[in-house]
Design a protein around this ligand. Structure first.
Ligand code: DCP
Length: 230
């Protein structure tokens, strides 16, 4: 994917035709995705789509996120089916600006969170099979363009500390081991490139640092990120 020097960030050109850029911000729970999205939303003219967590906490009065953390065997499929729907909705909505930044993606929902539930024995194989069939159908039949993945790479320990600090009620039961499993899956996917396909090139940003340093790094990488190139 090339972006010639005379073309401003966010205006990818492929075969001479202007193209919009879609950037997914990925990383472990509490790695700082919200800070990254907020920074770019405030300092550039782009469209930012945050994870529909408020929907997951209230589907016609039901808190699927809380149910999943209380009893993953019973409610993992329920939450992840709804996550898949809400992420599909985000990916397929009409773009309102030349550059779109999305918090996570339908890909990490499947390759990281569903995979983790299954591998840890918390999701029955039959539930995993149904989610996989849905995912395969969607990704075969629906266009989900992604130009760049920005990976906010943290240590699980940092995420655990940030998680405790923010004190989101549903997440109080999350142990360090859970964050370690999510971390491992992210590393296998985005760094080692094993196990599952990469939908786009990856730009890695070390994200264990304090806020000031993180903002500095976002600024340093601004042009690359907004151009959708790694
Ligand atoms: N979650 C899940 N399955 C998914 C996606 C998310 O179980 N497919 C859970 C993990 C978290 C919650 O949803 O408990 C939302 O977490 P995120 O890490 O996505 O969002 P944060 O607000 O924690 O992001 P950050 O702190 O990086 O800004």
């Amino acid at each position: 994917r090339c972006s010639p020097p005379h073309v401003p960030p966010g205006k990818l050109v492929r075969n001479g035709v202007d193209k919009k850029a879609v950037i997914c911000i990925e990383g472990n729970i509490a790695c700082g995705k919200t800070t990254c999205l907020k920074y770019f939303k405030e300092t550039s003219n782009i469209e930012v789509l945050t994870e529909p967590i408020s929907k997951w906490r209230n589907v016609r009065g039901h808190n699927l996120l809380a149910l999943m953390y209380q009893d993953p065997e019973r409610w993992g499929l329920t939450l992840q089916t709804y996550v898949q729907l809400t992420m599909l909705d985000l990916h397929t909505s009409a773009m309102t600006a030349p550059v779109r930044m999305i918090e996570r993606s339908i890909f990490s929902a499947k390759y990281i969170f569903v995979e983790n539930l299954f591998r840890s024995g918390k999701m029955p194989e039959v539930d995993f099979a149904v989610l996989s069939e849905w995912f395969d159908w969607i990704t075969t039949n629906v266009s989900i363009p992604v130009d760049l993945i920005v990976y906010l790479q943290t240590s699980p320990h940092t995420c655990h500390e940030r998680l405790k600090q923010r004190g989101r009620e549903e997440e109080k039961v999350i142990p360090l081991e859970y964050l370690e499993s999510i971390h491992q899956l992210y590393e296998d996917w985005l760094i080692k490139s094993i196990s599952v396909p990469l939908p786009a090139p990856v730009l890695v940003i070390p994200a264990d640092h304090d806020l000031q340093k993180m903002l500095h790094q976002f600024e340093e990488n601004r042009d690359k990120i907004l151009a959708g190139t790694a």
